[in-house]
Ligand binder design. Structure first.
Ligand code: AMP
Length: 290
């Protein structure tokens, strides 16, 4: 695995495969490092779909608010390199903040409506940071496919919109959420949790399972389902709910209708101590699934 920090060198390396006599497809897996099985599932999907895989590790300062956890975000670069190497990644793109944002940088990518909902409402500017860095990664690597986790469903909605609006020529492939045996969605931020907090954190996935069950049993009234979700989340004393919403998976707009449409994104975010966790499931009528 070749490790590259310069955007120019990364572009040149990809160009070799894209312009060679035998053209090869490139898959991109953007991450912020502190890798776990969720990230590795994206790498495996890329290895299946594409000839070459580029993984990136970049803790993107632009997507953190001034009071958020940028400084203490877990960084495990050596371990991450070993894991990516074992998975057969061809290139690791690991730029510094200065490589990605030279002092003269002005341009940002904003998806203001979709990107202002859910985490975009709680974390102003977050999705502007995400869209900007992902657009830059797309331009540097020019992948045929880019792989993202369903775990960050709002991020997926924002990036799908950006890809469509800006005519990016690539396939955005979304992979299922990888969970701990307890149901807890894997996340780099789970490292912040104490033993007791980890148990409380399971309330998130449990509440989503409950909602999926309720829908499977025939309950289709959005108001009732929202109440079931919020009541279950409220059981936990340690959890401070940020949002618990039923939204349109494409636009992230809160559902106003009284009955469930064909597809509904149930999205939750909560604070456990100083750690903010998110989770979600998609309800499909006749096939409630988590
Ligand atoms: P992050 O490093 O948290 O920015 O995540 C990088 C990518 O991994 C994003 O596309 C995430 O959605 C995805 N990801 C994070 N956690 C999981 C998980 N538990 N299952 C599947 N994908 C995940």
């Amino acid at each position: 695995m070749q490790i590259i920090s310069s955007p120019l060198e990364m572009r040149a390396a990809c160009k070799n495969y894209q312009r060679g006599a035998v053209q090869q497809t490139i898959g991109l897996v953007p991450t912020m490092g502190a890798l776990h099985e969720g990230h590795l599932s994206l790498v495996r999907a890329s290895r299946q779909h594409c000839d070459r895989t580029v993984a990136s590790i970049f803790v993107n300062p632009l997507q953190f608010g001034p009071t958020e956890d940028l400084a203490r975000y877990p960084r495990t670069f050596q371990q991450d390199c070993l894991l990516l190497e074992q998975e057969g990644v061809d290139f690791l793109f690991a730029p510094s903040p200065e490589d990605m944002y030279p002092q003269t940088t002005e341009t940002v990518v904003d998806v203001p409506v979709t990107g202002g909902r859910l985490d975009g409402a709680s974390r102003p500017g977050h999705f502007r940071g995400v869209a900007t860095v992902v657009a830059k990664l797309f331009n540097i690597v020019q992948p045929d496919c880019a792989f993202f986790g369903e775990k960050d469903a709002a991020q997926v909605a924002v990036l799908r919109k950006m890809v469509r609006d800006l005519n990016f020529n690539l396939n955005l492939i979304v992979c299922p959420t990888v969970r701990e045996p307890s149901g807890l969605a894997m996340s780099s931020r789970n490292r912040y949790l104490s033993k007791q907090e980890r148990v409380e954190a399971e309330t998130l996935s449990r509440s989503l399972c409950l909602v999926a069950d309720v829908v499977r049993q025939g309950e289709h009234r959005t108001q009732v389902i929202r109440e079931v979700l919020r009541r279950e989340l409220a059981h936990s004393g340690l959890l401070k709910v940020d949002y618990a919403e039923l939204v349109d998976p494409r636009t992230l707009e809160t559902l106003e209708e009284n009955t469930l449409p064909a597809a509904t994104l149930v999205a939750v975010a909560a604070w456990i101590g100083t750690t903010r966790l998110i989770d979600n499931c998609t309800l499909r009528i006749n096939e409630a699934s988590i």
